[in-house]
Design a protein. Structure first.
Length: 169
């Protein structure tokens, strides 16, 4: 049986995929994630009252740094010369009726012109972004949690475009 997973050699051992024969194409990935917190924590973030500094600005830089260093933490990822990284936030100020918690949605858009995609870079960017928000606010809210980290969009390359259906979000 032919193994459809590309990160294994003929002996079944892990390998980094050889992309040397692939065409350079414009590629883009968008990932998302949520971090949930007490309404008071969100208020402190918005008013700039978190002692460690501007939470969203620092989280944005952390996400960018994470995308750029993905190949250092995900073993089979290629080092890429990224051409664009953007982290954006949506404040969900209305508390969830079931949990009483507010949330922040983070989105990462990562672009490259290269021989392999940037899905992992976008996902690492989101992970670093929400982890940084947690780190900066944990003194006031250790109960924060994050979830719904996932890929929303991928384009470019041989496999074409992927868009997550909004009903799946």
């Amino acid at each position: 049986m032919n193994n459809p997973l590309t990160h294994f050699n003929e002996e079944g051992r892990a390998r980094m995929v050889d992309v040397s024969k692939k065409d350079h194409t414009s590629r883009k990935a968008v990932a998302t994630g949520l971090i949930h917190m007490k309404p008071e924590t969100l208020r402190l973030i918005q008013e700039g009252q978190i002692k460690k500094g501007d939470v969203l600005a620092v989280a944005q830089v952390a996400g960018i740094m994470g995308a750029k260093r993905t190949h250092e933490v995900i073993p089979m990822c290629h080092p890429l010369l990224l051409t664009g990284i953007d982290i954006s936030f949506q404040i969900n100020q209305e508390p969830n009726p079931d949990t009483g918690l507010c949330s922040i949605t983070a989105n990462a858009t990562v672009k490259v012109t290269g021989q392999t995609g940037v899905e992992m870079e976008a996902l690492v960017a989101i992970s670093m972004t929400v982890l940084t928000i947690y780190d900066m606010c944990k003194a006031v809210d250790r109960g924060m949690y994050f979830n719904n980290i996932g890929l929303l969009h991928k384009s470019g390359g041989k496999s074409g475009t992927f868009d997550k259906k909004m009903s799946e979000v």
